[in-house]
Design a protein around this ligand. Sequence first.
Ligand SMILES: NCCCC[C@H](NC(=O)[C@@H](N)CC(=O)O)C(=O)O
Length: 493
Amino acid sequence: MANLQKSISSPQELLRDKAWARWTALVLLASAMFFAYIFVDVLSPLQEYLQSTKGWDPSAYGRFAGSETFLNVFVFFLIFAGIILDKMGVRFTAILAGAVMVAGGFINYYALTDSFMESGLKNFMDDFVNLPDTWWNITPFYDGMPASAKLSAIGFMIFGCGCEMSGITVSRGIVKWFEGKEMALAMGIEMAVARLGVAVVFLGSPAIATFRDNISVSRPIALSVLLLLIGLIGFIVYSFMDKKLENEMGSNGEVKDDPFKISDLKYIFSSKVFWIVALLCVLYYSAIFPFQKYANNMLQCNLGISAEAAGRVFFVFPLGAAAITPLLGNFLDRKGKGATMLIWGAILMIICHLTFAFVLPATRSAVIAYSAIVLLGISFSLVPASLWPSVPKLVDNRLLGSAYAVIFWIQNIGLYAFPMIIGAVLAATNPGVENAMDYNYTVPMLVFASLGGLALILGIILKALDAKKHYGLELPNIPSEKSLEAEVESAEG
Ligand SMILES: NCCCC[C@H](NC(=O)[C@@H](N)CC(=O)O)C(=O)O
């Protein structure tokens, strides 16, 4: 079977045809994403300590948290990142992205140190961008925001550029090494490893911050900057493998594509199926990542439990998704059914958010909460495991970096807007509520469920379009022995 595949795809064995080589490439790429996702959430469980030691109120914390996507969305950094990726290739972009993450991470770390508090830069930051804290101020800064939060936001927005650039580069890199092989499994493993990073942080970050009862928010972030540095070294090591593969591909006559031109972006923007996938992505992810920011408090309010206890309930979400995503990736590689998986992912998400909206407040049952979280974890495996490996079936390889970047950019708009929209809806539907344990989350959860409803409609349209235009979304990534034999027979005439 392996020989048959080789005889069709390439006359000479390439580095990526060796299992050890392509899985080593994946380890290097996935480790960098693991460290990146650790950094993304390293401060998320420390909101209380940021308030008590650095004076960050919920407003300052919210602005800091939103800053990650700011440059990507409003300065179009992600679009430039896609163009850089298609023009300069995976290894250059990976190293650049890794270096940008380290630089942003270091600034974020410095902002939380005592040396910054005693520096002249702190005074400068106090005078820097002092717009009022109102709805029309979409910057991550406002008048009276602590200087440490302002500089942290600058660091986090720079980190966010590197992180999203890494995200698209890693996807492109996986396609390069795994196309025609275990591509969805590899993407599933990469995402599972990233989810583990989130799970690790929710347990590890508070433990490190309170080590020996000496509270320090800069301690966990220092450690995670160190991890980002290891991720950058991983990207550098990867680049040697990438170079070797590319040399082989060149000498083998495998890469004969026309070089990428910026004007080619019109092929992406004019593709109906691309827009369906991009909109499905923004709708689905807007009901997941922004939900993550409110999930703990929603569980507290509905179950009457502490933040720590709610965290332990929610912890099963990234963990479950990490366990299931590679299995579903493997299923997609061998059996296909990508569009169907997207539809089921949206259906499960609607059921879960409706449960949080109506059933949980009525029953206050921990069993129901756990069941819904587990179901949401399955949904969060079905959609990512099928969405990202489907993109190469819809877009020319040469445009793939830009295509991933445009999808990420559209997705980032949702990730920027929905935490704010949900916050506003929560405030509007709970007038006069002062205790953070007393919020009614029914309407915000209905907003998330509606996003799932729209994603479901797009999933159905996508499946119908696939049946009509034969994009292959329902087909496996690894060709079956039968189809290879048929191909050989037809090639032999
Ligand atoms: N190689 C990564 C594929 C995408 C994984 C996906 N991440 C995103 O969509 C990010 N843009 C999200 C973010 O901004 O944090 C995921 O499922 O995690």
